[in-house]
Design a protein around this ligand. Structure first.
Ligand code: SF4
Ligand code: SF4
Length: 423
């Protein structure tokens, strides 16, 4: 693991604010890992806030809901923060008061079975909001009984502070969400892992008797599933295996909060917290944003610009994705929006590998990034598979430590896609 400059000071003490409801949203039909949804509305239809507008019959998917009330203006290709472009439902708002959802009493919650909770989570379209976007209802239905639940409150990416604010400002709600997930899976051993640079969050959760707070060093990538399990339980996940293979479920705090909102308040996943930050902005903030809102609205709300950004990233600087337009919308996995100045984003020319092994020493999952990179550049996909490319957690440390500025992660990502095609 490596120590990075955190740069969280821009927004870590900024209380959560609601971004004004946008007049238009662009909701991609794919915002999750799995099958792309089919639209269930057509151009000209009137939709209500929270109404399901897209779904599909498939094993792995999560439905999409209207994040504003209004009219379907178009169903068209549109910029997508991960895929470049994808089909999206465009909604034009009508400005009318929005529908409220049906809140459940504590007695009603207590009567819910695990199957009821999974159904609510599926119907609400909840996915892993730490960036993975894997549908949460599937994680709540593991193929074997689980013993340990770990809540990921590490938020180890530099600049990002939305999870930190959520833990401080919505502590009770997150705690209720943790209890729901634990009850759904029959788990008694529960930990919440928080880095030592978030003393307020550590203090806030220390009063709850149902789970243990594990204070973690603020190193990167402390929030990776494998690192959390290793540092909290002292257990390693064998190569090619997943946390559930060793009886563990890891859930990000933002996902837990979404589960709370769905079960207690009947609210589908229609908005999320986003850290909008970087030295180019006059007013970095932690914003509650309706899904489908173009990032331009967020930038305007946190402006004015002190300097023209040379790079705009959705996510953090290590794992986030650079964007080519400010029309791209916030989706379920977008936890950060980072505007980088020329100084912060300076790109240096790539040189030849000098065989220093810094990337090997830095890789938190024990890979040889330099070897995978060389094999990937020659399209030797079987070799990249043998070198364990699929185990890469895409943390970006190899890029960060490489003195030759080799684009290791980019070629490893490509190798992972190719390896997935090999039987
Ligand atoms: S190979 Fe993957 S896991 Fe290892 S340092 Fe590079 S990005 Fe991180
Ligand atoms: S860190 Fe860069 S230069 Fe050093 S071995 Fe890895 S790829 Fe080569």
């Amino acid at each position: 693991m490596v120590k990075l400059t955190e740069n969280k000071h821009y927004s870590e003490n900024k209380a959560i604010e609601q971004l004004p409801v946008p007049s238009k949203v662009y909701l991609p039909l794919i915002q999750h890992l799995g099958k792309i949804c089919n639209p269930e509305v057509k151009v000209g239809d009137t939709v209500k806030f929270g109404q399901r507008i897209a779904s599909i019959e498939a094993n792995v998917y999560a439905p999409i809901h209207a994040s504003i009330s209004g009219t379907v203006a178009a169903i068209q290709d549109w910029p997508h923060p991960v895929l470049g472009r994808a089909k999206a439902v465009v909604l034009e708002g009508n400005g009318l008061p929005e529908e409220t959802f049906s809140v459940k009493s504590k007695q009603e919650i207590d009567r819910l079975s695990p199957a009821d909770i999974r159904k609510i989570v599926l119907d609400a379209g909840i996915v892993g909001m730490g960036g993975a976007s894997f549908p949460t209802h599937i994680k709540l239905n593991p193929p074997r009984p689980l013993d340990v639940l770990i809540i990921n409150g590490a938020e180890c990416e530099p600049y990002l502070t939305a999870d930190s604010r959520l833990m401080v400002e919505k502590t009770n709600e997150v705690a209720e969400g943790i209890a729901l997930i634990a009850a759904c899976l029959g788990i008694k051993e529960i930990y919440i892992g928080i880095e030592d640079n978030k003393p307020e969050a550590i203090k806030a959760f220390s009063v709850f008797p149902g789970f243990k707070v594990k204070v973690l060093k603020s190193d990167y990538p402390q929030g990776g599933e494998k690192q959390l399990i290793q540092n909290i339980l002292g257990k390693q996940i064998p190569r090619g295996k997943l946390p559930f293979d060793i009886g563990v479920l890891v859930q990000n705090v933002a996902t837990v909060y979404a589960v709370y909102e769905a079960v207690f308040k009947g609210k589908p996943l229609v908005e999320r917290l986003v850290t909008v930050t970087g030295s180019c902005l006059a007013n970095p903030k932690n914003l509650l944003v309706r899904l489908g809102t173009p990032i331009k609205n967020l930038i305007d709300f946190c402006g004015p610009l002190k300097e023209e950004p040379v790079k705009i990233i959705i996510g953090g600087p290590m794992m986030g994705i650079a964007q080519y337009t400010d029309e791209v919308p916030i989706i379920k996995s977008s936890g950060g929006l980072l505007l980088m100045s020329e100084k912060e984003a300076k790109t240096i020319e790539e040189g030849p590998c000098i065989r220093c092994a810094a990337c090997v020493r830095g890789c938190p999952v024990g890979l040889m990034p330099c070897q995978i990179n060389l094999a990937s550049e020659k399209s030797l996909w079987q070799s990249t598979k043998d070198y364990g490319a699929s185990d890469c957690i895409e943390c970006g440390i190899c890029n960060y430590v490489c003195p030759a500025n080799r684009r290791l992660l980019q070629t490893i990502k490509r190798a992972k896609l190719e390896v997935a095609k090999i039987k």
